[in-house]
Design a protein around this ligand. Sequence first.
Ligand SMILES: Nc1ncnc2c1ncn2[C@@H]1O[C@H](COP(=O)(O)OP(=O)(O)OP(=O)(O)O)[C@@H](O)[C@H]1O
Ligand SMILES: [Mg+2]
Length: 366
Amino acid sequence: MSTTEHAQGAATEPVFAVRNLWKVFGPKAERIPGDARLGELSAAELTARTGCTAAVRDVSFDVHPGEVFVVMGLSGSGKSTLVRCLTRLIEPTSGTLHIDGEDVRAMDKSRLRELRRHRAAMVFQHFGLLPHRTVLDNIAYGLEIQGMGKVERRARAEEMLAKVGLDRLGDRRPGQLSGGQQQRVGLARALATDPEVLLFDEPFSALDPLIRRDMQDEVVRLHREEGRTMVFITHDLSEALRLGDRIALMRDGGVVQLGTPEEIVAAPADDYVRDFVRDVPREQVITLRRAMRPAVGDEAITGAVLPPSTRVVDAIEAVARTGEHVRVGEDGNVLGVVCHSRLLSVVAGLDSGHGGEPRGEKAGAI
Ligand SMILES: Nc1ncnc2c1ncn2[C@@H]1O[C@H](COP(=O)(O)OP(=O)(O)OP(=O)(O)O)[C@@H](O)[C@H]1O
Ligand SMILES: [Mg+2]
């Protein structure tokens, strides 16, 4: 999945723009965000002192069009609260929140309804299907609420059913499906209204690992084929690394690091994040752009060439095969090189490399 265009995507207006968002549960919640001294307390101290829980604490981020934005963190870190605040299923305590430039906190009831029905669809962990309706009617439900006619909505629901690979199961009830199939119905139902953004709250955590993998592939495919914007909550690091263009890592209501999977694995912001990513196979995530070093002597002239987006694991294969260094090239320029020791130090976590821009005189034409 491409990350650079999203990470840099300042030119386009964000789908969601969130600034200094707080959600505090408890008595007189609204005094907490404005009070610098209370705001500095740890989660436990805040609860002891005020009886309040700051489920979301001064959080700011943008979600860019076409991006899979993952919110990750341990249980209780505030993920669900944060995502529910985006469509005001939970009312934020303070901060600003825009969708396509429109102020969500200023929306009246009917505008909010429109937002939830047409623009942002939610997929939940426990599917939320209606047990007495057929699969097809479940998928068509959102369209029915929108006022679409029966023939049209059934046709649309059939189309969505095929899209998630359940063509022949439209007449069953949800109880007659496996967990994985039910979640596919949940996904089809969310897609039926053709929302601008899909919000997933741990949709696959109840599924067994193989089916889970299948559903992740489905999300990757939807993203690739339709370029749909998604906000995806998970507490599973490998799922986050697999799906996310960027990951916001939450702890006690705050975002401790926001970055690409590679940034989070290669340059953890603090010990908490470092601990979180400790067991990740670094060579699967880190790319040559970060692992390379400047070319020395005639290294820039000989050797195989790989693009900077190549993962270290794939470069290891090339270096092992040829026994020589590999050049990292882009647009006809050599940005740097990687050799055995460089690649091994990435695997060992000794040096995540500096990568970045080609360094003046060391960069040359291929
Ligand atoms: N309605 C509520 N009233 C009081 N506290 C709440 C309420 N909802 C959530 N909280 C608290 O806010 C914090 C964040 O909860 P949240 O559900 O957002 O966490 P989460 O990261 O989604 O966790 P999980 O992975 O278990 O789903 C928790 O401490 C939780 O107990
Ligand atoms: Mg949750």
